[in-house]
Design a protein around this ligand. Structure first.
Ligand code: TXA
Ligand code: MG
Length: 347
């Protein structure tokens, strides 16, 4: 299949590119498009052919449901039984933005989208091209991240091209993603709100708006509340060793311990890539270094996947990355992704 790459410059070209991609979606095509979190692989939720193509192209297990992307809260309410007051408050505060709400669905939503669950995950993305595309398509778009299942999510059109060119109809380039990791998924279908996947909107922010306790879900249960939680995710092509900071050590000690871990790998004859904050570079002897900028949780979120992709062609045998010391907020979301990407987590 020929994949059409649209890289619009300026308002006129953007409008034309969006219209072109929207026609493709209406006709049952599959289009990768930018959002503020990561690139999505979009399909018209009313096209069974397009939905099946999304699962096939990603190599995604059919029991892992898709997030439905809408252009307005009203479009979301057309797919649900009722919007509970809690959801209204969150939509008002965080939409458009990196928050996905799981609500009871109605019969309009096809089973393929929700893996036959009685709930649907809804999100209004905050990227102008994404919103324009959903509006122009005139239908909600089911869109998982635009990567092959198990690989790191794409935060740049180049990542999508590398993984999916030749397999999908259109790639709409909107530049690098601002947030860099996927949306927070919040379950509002149960009696108590519960985070199924930490992300761009933090638990503290949710609790502030809801004025109640928001639970963080754990993986590994027999029947995961969010089917995606049971699969290994976001993994780079090479083994990733994640070293966790200890409570009783300061930053300097942590850096020494990390540097020693890198040395051990090199002494084994391996070529070692390191992902770490910029300031760590001088003290570390490695074969390739990717800077996680100043290392604040927001920086890490924005560039982490870019770092994992960068090593795919770097000719290294193993990646080493230090964990984040902070807790809560974006730090939790970043550590959630790093743990899933890691082949070993070392204390
Ligand atoms: O930021 C994002 O959310 C990106 C962009 C493209 O919008 N999308 C994304 O989609 O990350 P995906 O398919 O990679 O992740 C969707 C997650 C999965 O963990 C899935 O199990 C969960 O949402 N999910 C979808 N529908 C659900 C439902 N009805 N109940 C519980 N979890 C659901
Ligand atoms: Mg994904």
């Amino acid at each position: 299949m020929d994949t059409l790459l649209l890289q619009p410059v300026g308002a006129r070209e953007r409008a034309r590119a969006v219209e072109h991609a929207a026609v493709c979606l209406r006709q049952g095509g599959v289009v990768a498009f930018p959002t503020e979190t990561v690139y999505g692989l979009g399909a018209n939720i009313f096209s069974e052919r397009a939905l099946h193509a999304v699962f096939r192209v990603k190599g995604r297990p059919p029991d892992n449901p898709l997030i439905v992307h809408v252009a307005t809260p009203d479009q979301a309410s057309e797919l649900t039984e009722a919007i509970p007051p809690r959801a209204h408050a969150l939509m008002e505060k965080f939409w458009p933005g990196p928050l996905t709400l799981v609500l009871r669905r109605n019969a309009l939503v096809p089973d393929v989208v929700t893996a036959a669950l009685d709930t649907v995950a809804l999100r209004m993305p905050a990227h102008p091209l994404a919103l324009a595309l959903i509006r122009a398509a005139g239908v909600p778009l089911a869109a998982p991240s635009a990567n092959r299942s198990g690989n790191p999510s794409p935060t740049d059109a180049a990542h999508v091209i590398a993984q999916l060119a030749g397999r999908i109809d259109v790639i709409l380039d909107g530049g690098p993603c601002r947030v860099g990791i996927e949306s927070t998924v919040l379950d509002l279908a149960a009696s108590r709100p519960r985070i199924l996947r930490p992300g761009g909107v933090t638990r503290e922010q949710l609790e502030d708006t809801l004025r109640c306790h928001v639970a963080a879900a754990r993986g590994g249960t027999l029947r995961p509340a969010s089917p995606g939680m049971k699969y290994r995710h976001y993994a780079p092509a090479h083994p990733l060793l994640l070293l966790l900071p200890r409570r009783d050590e300061d930053d300097a000690q942590f850096r020494i311990r990390f540097s020693a871990m890198v040395q051990r790998q090199r002494l084994r004859g391996l070529r070692v890539g390191v992902l770490a904050p910029r300031a760590w570079k001088s003290g570390i002897d490695c074969d390739a270094f990717f800077s996680l900028e100043s290392g604040t949780p927001a920086d890490l979120a924005r560039v982490m996947y870019r770092g994992l992709h960068a090593f795919d062609d770097a000719g290294v045998d193993v990646l080493c990355c230090p964990g984040v010391r902070e807790e809560g907020g974006m730090a939790d979301a970043v550590m959630n992704r790093l743990r899933k990407a890691a082949s070993s987590v070392i204390r």
